[in-house]
Design a protein around this ligand. Structure first.
Ligand SMILES: *Cc1c(COP(=O)(O)O)cnc(C)c1O
Length: 398
């Protein structure tokens, strides 16, 4: 037995975490057990899409918990039906399977594509994915990911995920064979450092997949549910994919994810897919509350406006400190620092009461609540500017 010197020790050490314990949140703000306040531009990795403890979600959860938590996925429940209908009505898809995490939704997408291959394409099973892509931490989704750090881990991987290069249609076409059933990508590669697929590339990809009779799968776990200023990021490119996965922001902070498919692609048969907690009314009630807020008139426009403001402020401080480009769309943005100082900036920001994320050693990522205010963006830019000034001084001295 471990000699537990501190309650932290009872949790498996899976990442380096600051020794801070959070106990409360409201909107863009978090508080630790010492009462210190933090401005949160991570929001649980784009998960608490309406900020911390949003009244709409809190109320929906409380009401649903008092009515029905789950009757089992072997029965229909009114809330899952409502949420599925709302998602279908507002997307190009016809059917939904609910899951509990992004990785689980992506596993479902992979299984659905393989099923489609076995039914319609002579057993084709390969899914072309992309270098730098991230699709989750189960064995199959790690195999589908193009993350360098995953390569040596948990061998042997699940086969059947050849990797193309983002925004390089030739690299996709070169991998197509009679074993190929689908192409799967994030409209913006989030974990890799906010690298957008261009609208032109997504259009070419749709045309190419149609030409070869392949399914196009968009992983919108990070980009979906309003994050880029449209309900789903594929809308920017005016394409209609065959399969989409949602996660992160869809539950406003609770574990909810979804796999959506067009009628043609939706080919599971009894026994192919399932899960104990899937589509439980408690989580679906949170999803309905989130969709209700995002669906209010002008909500998406306010995301676009806030995104443009954040982008222009980041561009301003980039110019001021001689940094690199600002990438992304809506409220999923990255600032290229051009030097491997992102971890140190993140640590200093944390001390200053500001939560920022460094997806790469040279970039900062910004994924605030979708209802973040201009004043909160200003309150983030101020300290970041000061930290960058200090870092600049250190660089000149060094
Ligand atoms: C976070 C993420 C996942 C994995 O979601 P989990 O809920 O952590 O399993 C998959 N794909 C993308 C694009 C993500 O951002």
């Amino acid at each position: 037995m471990l000699s537990n010197t501190h309650p932290y020790d009872a949790l498996m050490e899976i990442t380096a975490r600051p020794k801070t314990v959070f106990v409360q949140g409201k909107g863009s703000w978090l508080w630790d057990d010492d009462g210190k306040r933090y401005l949160d531009f991570i929001q649980g990795w784009a998960v608490t899409s309406l900020g911390h403890a949003p009244p709409a979600v809190a109320q929906a959860l409380a009401e649903q918990a008092n009515r029905l938590i789950t009757p089992s996925p072997a029965y229909y429940n009114d809330v899952a039906l409502k949420l599925a209908k709302a998602l279908v009505d507002q997307s190009c898809f016809d059917q939904v399977f609910f899951a509990n995490s992004g990785a689980e939704a992506n596993e479902g997408a992979i299984k659905l594509a393989r099923k489609y291959g076995s039914l319609h394409k002579g057993g084709a099973f390969e899914i072309i994915t992309f270098e730098g892509g991230f699709h989750g931490r189960t064995l199959a989704t790690m195999s589908a990911s193009g993350k360098k750090a995953f390569e040596p881990l948990f061998e042997p991987k699940v086969p059947g995920f050849p990797k193309a290069r983002l925004n390089d249609i030739g690299s996709v076409e070169a991998l197509i064979s009679d074993k190929t059933v689908a192409v799967m990508l994030e409209p913006i590669q989030g974990e890799a450092g906010v690298w957008p697929a261009t609208d032109a590339f997504l259009k070419e990809l749709r045309a190419l997949t149609q030409q070869y009779g392949l399914l196009l799968i968009v992983d919108e776990i990070q980009t979906g549910m309003g994050r880029t200023g449209k309900l789903f990021a594929y809308e920017h490119a005016e394409i209609t994919p065959d399969i989409m996965t949602l996660g992160k922001g869809i539950g406003g902070g609770v574990p909810l994810a979804a796999l959506l498919a067009t009628e043609q692609a939706s080919c599971f048969e009894h026994g192919d897919q399932g899960g104990t907690f899937n589509g439980n009314p408690l989580m679906c009630a949170a999803g309905l509350a989130v969709l209700g807020e995002i669906g209010k008139p002008s909500f998406l426009k306010s995301v676009t406006d806030a995104g443009l403001y954040l982008e222009s402020e980041l561009q301003r401080i980039s110019a001021r400190h001689g940094l690199g480009e600002v990438r992304g769309r809506g409220l999923l943005l990255a600032l290229d620092l051009k030097l491997p100082i992102a971890m140190s900036i993140v640590a200093q920001a944390f001390e200053a009461g500001l939560l920022l994320n460094a997806p790469r050693p040279d970039s900062l990522r910004f994924m605030p609540a979708l209802n973040v205010t201009r004043a909160e963006i200003d309150e983030m830019i101020g300290p970041l500017d000061a930290i960058l000034t200090k870092a600049g001084v250190a660089r000149r001295v060094a």
